[in-house]
Structures are given as structure tokens and as C-alpha cells.
Design a protein around this ligand. Structure first.
Ligand code: BGC
Length: 743
């Protein structure tokens, strides 16, 4: 565990901070949008020009944004280390621009080239309401140079820029690249100026996306089908950098896959329509190539037409994600649990790419709100995601429907729906969690209106405080039995009404933090709770639908008069089948509801179970990330399905919050959030000999660990400066100040 965690990430010196504000008087708002008159929607275009500087330069900065994703180079050197800038937002209303310090990149005679590919704009293909439908790319930039003499030189984007088609003849976020090294656009043309509203521009708000790590190739695999594959040993999100020298006109191809199938062959059926291919047309010279406008989700690559002798050293997998800083650490005596924890970290890295995505490989990779809300607490313990969520939640707010409903995915897609319980509740749950983990009251205040609108929307949908209307995803992918009509055993209205109550309860808490009048919602909550109990609980206080999901939500959302009765019912249900049956929405709370109500052993049984279905089953199958389905790949090697089967979906990884919160016992006190007051309540189990957890809060590292020595459990706690804690062990309570403690 880290003793002194470095709180601040190394800053990107080329990304401008505020230090020079004031000397740059002009900015991007005064520049003009430019585009290429002729556009092949899938090809990248390069905007370029020369510029000269003639005196001693004091400051130089470049501000850019684009329709599509850009990469800028000055004199052949990349500007900054941002990947896929300007990021992905609700482009209709919010488009980030970036500001770079370019002083060290410029000399007397300069050339600037900015490559723009469609990036996430490809999703707008079906949106006729946009002027920029069908994937057109465009650029808006300004270079401003301040000389030592005080004079200034300003270069706007305008018709003095040229544009040409890139060698990157095809670039698509799902399908990959076609790069033709032999291609030369011999007819560069002047860029065309056009008007487009600039009130959508906002300075960079989220975390930058960066290349984080390079993974060497682990081994070469020749599959039973005779395919030449390379295994990187880890399922990641990013791309491969490869070294190639082929004969002129020869095309080599790299295919990307997450797994090998049961025979050990390269398997891509689960990508659906996403091709994940990189095609490189050689020109006889040696090149080091990596995609700049696309990414893939993969552990394996398959090589085709590779005439070069294949050397593992020629391939590196580059891990790309938002620049979130690691804050959570965990280890215990069970190796499989440790591997599960690592897999959870990898699934977060793989899916925190500017927006919290469901998966990074198939033809989705979207900001599914339900997935994000179930994982938000774990996410905020593992990594510093405050800024990441600030930006994404601002998009959510801007995409919220007039009636308060929330899209299923943010940024919203033209074909997307809205209003599912458990998904829309993201509007309330995520800001509340960011407040708890980071004490971010400002975010809570910024989002409060959006939170309230969602609760009001549910109220409008409900009848007698029961939310039965609408289409819902239910406890997505749960293993509950279906009724004759194919409906899940937990009726949607149980889940929806439970979430209605939960979101209302969090809205009330948020309102209190912000000193707002929330009386109306207190009355609402009491009515929803009454209706829920009347309709969904029987006279003995048991949940009528008799499912694990029903019990978990009833307990965790405080919807019964006697939790113990429901916890007993849940425990019975688990014992009957011997395993969990929960889906996306209730799994994060499953172990909590058990361990908080006297069933610690059952909770540990579920955590430590290695057979399907369980968290450890995929680990025993060699998983390196969290699977979307409990049975993504079955013990006999067959797949759950060949379409909706991602091997990198973080939702079930939400169990990490139990590892921190219960196994290690590190908890936030809602009345003093941000770990200002810590509640330590570790729960041990005979099968585990030690557990250690650490969460680096804004105040410093919060640590809790225990170990079993000669039948005695020793506990260790660290409380950072400025914080206090209460320890609960074996029915005893102790209040402590900052410092290190052993019991
Ligand atoms: C996604 C999920 C998402 C779901 C909605 C899927 O296709 O991958 O993670 O939450 O749709 O039900």
C-alpha cells in the first residue's frame, strides 16, 4: 500500500493552465470554422498551413476544437498528449476546446498540420437535424503569439489554410483504420470558411484522454485454424503500435479480439458489426504505425498478409483511457479475489474513455447510464473520477428531456430511448456519490435541478405512488426465472418503484446538504414507501415476488418495516439454489444487504464461490477483465451468446466497493463526507487470513487492514490529517483522531 501517495498527477506542460491568461486577448471564439469542400466521410482530412515568427517569442498558444477528433502537429511534433481531442460531449450544446502552450514547438518557419477524423461524430449519421450529419469534419483553431516586445501575431483558421486528404483513408471508431502509406493527395485545396454557432464552445472540462501504458506482446499463438495471433496477456482498450516494412502496395491487416474460443481460435463474433481492423498499405519503407482516430477492445490480435518476419518486439499494445488517477488499493489472502479486483480495475480503465462506456469492443461503446450508476461508488474509490463525472453529468443534464426523463445513453444517440428505471436514476445517484466521495457540493448544486427533474418525472409517471408505466430494462441480465410470458420473475414495477423511492431519498439528502426546501419530497417518499410495502410485501413483511432482486432492493432502499424478515428471506433464497441470481441493478447491493443483516457468512460464501454463477467463475476461466454475463463463456467453452457478450463490462465489478467497505471496512460517513469522518467496520471471515485496503481521499490515504495471527485478528487503521474516525469491531466502538492505530 502506498505510504505517501502523490496526489497530483504529472501535469501536461503543453496543456495551458491559467498562468498566462490575460496576455492572450483573442481566442477561439473569434476564429472561423473551416472544412474541406469535398469530403469522404470516413477519410481523415488534414488542415495545414505554414506560419513564420519574426521576433523573440514570449508566449505562444494554440486553441483548437473540431467536428470529429483531431491530432495537431507543429513541425512534425505532436501538440500535447491528448488522444481523441476534443473528447465526446453532447456536441449540439457542448463542445470542448483545448488550449496548448506551443512555445517550445515553434521556431522561425513553422508548419502546422491538424488531422481530423470523424471520431464519435459517426453516431450522428442518422441525425438529419444536424447540419453536420453524415460525418463531416471541420476545424476551429487560433494560434496566438506574444512577442517579448509586447506585439502580437494572431493566426485564425480561414481560407489561408489548406486541406488535403490524409493517408488515413478510412478511420472509424468501431471498424478501425485503412492507412495507405503510398497515397499522396496531389491536390490540396483552400479550406472553406463557414458559419456555425460558437455558443456551444466550452473550455476543456473533463479529464484528458491519454496513452497510459504500453504492454509488450506476451506470446505468439498459432491457432488450430492456422491463424497467426499475438497475445498481450491483458484485455485492454487502446490500439497496437507496430513496426512494419512491406513491399509497395502490399496490405497487412491486424484484427483485434478479446478472447480465443474453446478450440483456441481467434474469436470475433461478439463484436457484432464492429470490425476492429487496422489495414496498412505498405510503401516499401519502414514505418511505426498506430491509429490516431480509432481504438479497439482486445487482448489478441490476428495478423494477415504479414510478409515480414514476425518479431514480438514489433508490437506494443497501448492502453488508452481518461487520465484518471489511481486512488484505491486492495489485497487479501485469496489470490482469486485479488485477481478479480485487478480485473475490475482493468474494466474501469477500459471503459472510462471520456464517458463511462458499457464496453469498449462491440458496436456499442456508449455512455449507458445504468451501468455508470451501479459502478459509480466503486469507480470513485478505485480512481479519482470527480472531474470525469463533472463533465459527463453536465452532458447528462444537457441531454435531459423537457419532461425530466433521462436518455439511456449519454451522449444521447438519435435512435436512443429514455426513461428506464435504474438507468435514469443515474441523474441522482452519480452526483450524490461524487458528493460523498469527494465532498463535491458544487457538483451537487449544479446537478440538483436535473436530479429533481428526474424524480418529478417518475412522480408524473406513477399512479398511487407505484411506477408501473413505461419500458424498463429491469434487473438486466439477472438469472431469475421468467414467467410464461418471458417476463423476469421480479416485476418491473417492483424495481421501478424501489428506484423511485431510492432516488427520492437521495434527492432529499442532497436538498438538505444544499439547505433547500424539500418537504414536498419527504412527503412523497413516505407515500412511495407506504405504497411499496402495501403492494409488494405480504402481511408477514416478506417480498411477494420472492426473488433475490426483490429482497435486495427492498432492504437496501429501506422499503420495509422489518429488514430482518426480508434478509432472512434473501438468505433462504440463496441457500435454496446455492448461488446469486441477481443482475446489473441489484448485484452491487447483494453482499451489503447480507453482511449488514447478520448474514456475513453467506456474503463471503457468494464472494468466494468459484463455480458459475459467481464473481470468481470468470477468474477461474482466465478472465483479465470483468465479463458482461455471469456465463460469458461456459465451463465447456461454449458462449452465452455470440452477439451480446462482452468480456469487458464493469457493471458486476461494483462488488469492489464491498471489498473496500466491508472486507476492509472503509466507509464514508454521509454527515461528514469525503472521508472527513471515516467509519471503519471490517468484517472478517475464517477463510481469509488477511485483507488490506486503502483509499486515497482528498485528505490523504485512508487505510484499513487486518490479519489473523495464531487465531487472533489484528486490525490496523490509518486516519489522515484533518479527519476523524469511528471504529466498530466485535460490538465495540471507538472514536479516534488522525494517526495510525493497531488493535
Ligand atoms: C449494454 C448494457 C446496457 C444495456 C441496457 C446493453 O446493450 O451493453 O450494458 O446497460 O444494453 O439494457
Amino acid at each position: 500500500l502506498p505510504i505517501n501517495h502523490i496526489m497530483n498527477n504529472k501535469s501536461d506542460s503543453s496543456l495551458q493552465n491559467d498562468k498566462n491568461r490575460g496576455v492572450f486577448m483573442k481566442n477561439i471564439l473569434e476564429s472561423s470554422w473551416i472544412k474541406s469542400e469535398k469530403q469522404d466521410k470516413d477519410a481523415a482530412v488534414i488542415f495545414f498551413r505554414d506560419f513564420h515568427v519574426n521576433e523573440k517569442v514570449e508566449h505562444a498558444q494554440l486553441q483548437i476544437t473540431s467536428f470529429g477528433v483531431y491530432e495537431a502537429q507543429i513541425n512534425g511534433r505532436k501538440v500535447g498528449n491528448y488522444i481523441f481531442a476534443p473528447g465526446w460531449t453532447n456536441y449540439k450544446e457542448r463542445l470542448q476546446y483545448q488550449t496548448y502552450d506551443i512555445k517550445t514547438l515553434i521556431s522561425k518557419h513553422n508548419n502546422i498540420e491538424i488531422s481530423v477524423g470523424r471520431g464519435w461524430r459517426m453516431h450522428e449519421e442518422y441525425d438529419d437535424s444536424l447540419e453536420f450529419s453524415l460525418g463531416a469534419t471541420a476545424l476551429l483553431a487560433v494560434i496566438e503569439i506574444v512577442y517579448k516586445s509586447g506585439e502580437k501575431q494572431i493566426i485564425y483558421t480561414d481560407e489561408n489554410w489548406q486541406v488535403r486528404q490524409s493517408k488515413l483513408k478510412y478511420s472509424n471508431m468501431y471498424n478501425g483504420d485503412v492507412y495507405d502509406a503510398t497515397f499522396e493527395d496531389k491536390n490540396p485545396r483552400p479550406a472553406v470558411k463557414f458559419d456555425y454557432p460558437k455558443n456551444i464552445l466550452i473550455p476543456q472540462q473533463g479529464e484528458r484522454i491519454k496513452e497510459i501504458e504500453k504492454i509488450p506482446a506476451l506470446r505468439m499463438v498459432i491457432t488450430p485454424n492456422g491463424e497467426t495471433c499475438i497475445d498481450f496477456g491483458q484485455n485492454i482498450t487502446g490500439y497496437v503500435e507496430f513496426n512494419i516494412c512491406g513491399q509497395k502496395g502490399e496490405e497487412v491487416v491486424l484484427y483485434h479480439a478479446e478472447i480465443l474460443d474453446k478450440e483456441g481460435n481467434f474469436y470475433t463474433d461478439n463484436l457484432r458489426s464492429a470490425k476492429q481492423e487496422v489495414r496498412f498499405i505498405c510503401d516499401g519503407e519502414r514505418h511505426v504505425y498506430k491509429p490516431i482516430h480509432s481504438f479497439q477492445g482486445f487482448r489478441y490480435i490476428k495478423l494477415e498478409n504479414w510478409s515480414d518476419e514476425i518479431l514480438l518486439d514489433d508490437f506494443k499494445a497501448i492502453v488508452v483511457h481518461s487520465n484518471i488517477r489511481r486512488t484505491g488499493y486492495f489485497k487479501c489472502s485469496n489470490k482469486l479475489v485479488n485477481k478479480l479486483y485487478k480485473n475490475i480495475l482493468w474494466s474501469q480503465k477500459g471503459n472510462f474513455l471520456d464517458v463511462p462506456t458499457d464496453c469498449p469492443q462491440r458496436d456499442e461503446r456508449l455512455g449507458w447510464t445504468g451501468d455508470a450508476q451501479v459502478f459509480a461508488r466503486t469507480a470513485s474509490y478505485n480512481f479519482g473520477v470527480n472531474k470525469f463525472f463533472e463533465k459527463w453529468l453536465a452532458d447528462l443534464k444537457s441531454e435531459q428531456c423537457a419532461n425530466g426523463s433521462v436518455p439511456h445513453v449519454v451522449p444521447k444517440l438519435p435512435w436512443d430511448g429514455d426513461g428506464s428505471s435504474g438507468w435514469g436514476d443515474c441523474a441522482v445517484i452519480c452526483p450524490w456519490q461524487m458528493y460523498l466521495t469527494y465532498e463535491n457540493k458544487e457538483l451537487l448544486s449544479n446537478q440538483f435541478d436535473s436530479m429533481r427533474k428526474w424524480v418529478d418525472y417518475i412522480y408524473e409517471q406513477s399512479e398511487n405512488y407505484i411506477w408501473a408505466k413505461g419500458k424498463h430494462f429491469g434487473d438486466w441480465l439477472s438469472l431469475d426465472e421468467k414467467d410464461e410470458k418471458g417476463n423476469n420473475a421480479t416485476p418491473d414495477e417492483v424495481i421501478s418503484t424501489a428506484y423511485f423511492a431510492y432516488s427520492t431519498s437521495l434527492l432529499i439528502k442532497a436538498g438538505k446538504v444544499l439547505s433547500l426546501d424539500i418537504e414536498k419530497y419527504e412527503a412523497l417518499l413516505s407515500n412511495v414507501k407506504k405504497s411499496y410495502i402495501n403492494k409488494f410485501l405480504d402481511n408477514n413483511g416478506r417480498v411477494v415476488c420472492n426473488t433475490q432482486t426483490g429482497c435486495v432492493l427492498t432492504i437496501y432502499f429501506d422499503l420495509s418495516n422489518n429488514k430482518q424478515v426480508v434478509a432472512d428471506q434473501l438468505n433462504e433464497l440463496i441457500n435454496e439454489c446455492g448461488h446469486l441470481k441477481t443482475g446489473f441493478l441489484s448485484t452491487p447491493y447483494l453482499l451489503h444487504t447480507l453482511s449488514e443483516n447478520g448474514y456475513e457468512k453467506t456474503a463471503y460464501d457468494l464472494l468466494l464461490r468459484e463455480e458459475y454463477p459467481s464473481w470468481l467463475y470468470p477468474v477461474t476461466q482466465g478472465a483479465t477483465t470483468v465479463w458482461e454475463h455471469w456465463d460469458g463463456m461456459r465451463p465447456d467453452g461454449t458462449m452465452w451468446s455470440d452477439s451480446m457478450n462482452s468480456f469487458n463490462h464493469y457493471a458486476y465489478g461494483a462488488v469492489a466497493d464491498w471489498l473496500y467497505g466491508v472486507m476492509c471496512g472503509i466507509n464514508i460517513d454521509e454527515n461528514a463526507p469525503g472521508f472527513k469522518h471515516i467509519i471503519f467496520r471490517p468484517v472478517t471471515d475464517e477463510r481469509i487470513n488477511f485483507a488490506r485496503g486503502c483509499i486515497v481521499s482528498n485528505y490523504g490515504a485512508v487505510k484499513s487492514s487486518w490479519s489473523r495471527e495464531d487465531g487472533v485478528v489484528k486490525y490496523f487503521f490509518t486516519v489522515p490529517e484533518g479527519c476523524t474516525a469511528t471504529i466498530y469491531i466485535d460490538g465495540k466502538t471507538k472514536n479516534i483522531q488522525s494517526g495510525e492505530y493497531e488493535f
